[in-house]
Write a protein that binds this ligand. Structure first.
Ligand SMILES: Cc1cc2nc3c(=O)[nH]c(=O)nc-3n(C[C@H](O)[C@H](O)[C@H](O)COP(=O)(O)O)c2cc1C
Length: 182
């Protein structure tokens, strides 16, 4: 089975996007090895601390390099990428050997797909921005801007993700497209 690494763009404990990722992990459990990237200890990026590479970055890079495919589940903050996720992406966009741009990155050429749960915009802005960013990092984006879930008042009130049958179908198609590409 292929290795698929899930990255949740929210650090919130009961994040809707974590709930969404858990649903997909359950859906894919017999078809792929799913793991989650823990990046909560990644420091704020600064070129001053790139060399020697911090432990947290070595670990994150190893997890990314072991992945055949990546699925990012993210909320939208102010119609853009949440800071913690952007910080992670900035780190992994940097060369494996500090200062040596011919050494490649942990993510170059990796297949990646994106989804997001958020307000009534269904994370459309962040997914578009993320796709542009991932392509800039020379990643291969599968299934375009992916699937967006618009949470309703009941979901926000209960902190429980609810997925319509239509969204569920889109997520399943997205999962199929990712696995097929690996
Ligand atoms: C700083 C901040 C900015 C936000 N901006 C947006 C936004 O632009 N669009 C949106 O749909 N939701 C926005 N939200 C609301 C999030 O959709 C909501 O907090 C959601 O629960 C975040 O996802 P999570 O549960 O996976 O953390 C924002 C929330 C925060 C904290």
């Amino acid at each position: 089975m292929k290795n698929v690494l899930f990255i949740v763009g929210s650090l919130r404990k009961n994040a809707f996007n974590g709930q969404l990722a858990n649903r997909l992990a359950a859906f894919l459990k017999d078809r792929a090895n799913i793991s989650f990237l823990d990046y909560s200890d990644v420091p704020f990026f600064s070129q001053d601390i790139e060399d020697p590479t911090p432990e947290a970055i070595l670990r994150v890079r190893a997890q990314l390099q072991a992945a055949d495919g990546i699925w990012i589940f993210t909320p939208e903050y102010n119609a853009a990428v949440p800071g913690a996720l952007k910080n992670l992406l900035d780190w992994v966009s940097r060369p494996l050997v500090a200062g040596d741009f011919s050494s490649g990155t942990a993510v170059m050429g990796k297949k990646v797909t994106v989804s997001g749960a958020g307000g009534k915009n269904a994370t459309q802005s962040v997914r578009a921005e993320l796709v542009r960013l991932l392509k800039f990092m020379r990643m291969e984006v599968i299934a375009g801007e992916g699937t967006g879930i618009a949470l309703d008042g009941a979901a926000f009130a209960s902190d429980q993700l609810a997925i319509s049958a239509e969204s569920e179908k889109m997520l399943q198609n997205q999962a199929d497209a990712l696995l097929k590409a690996l």
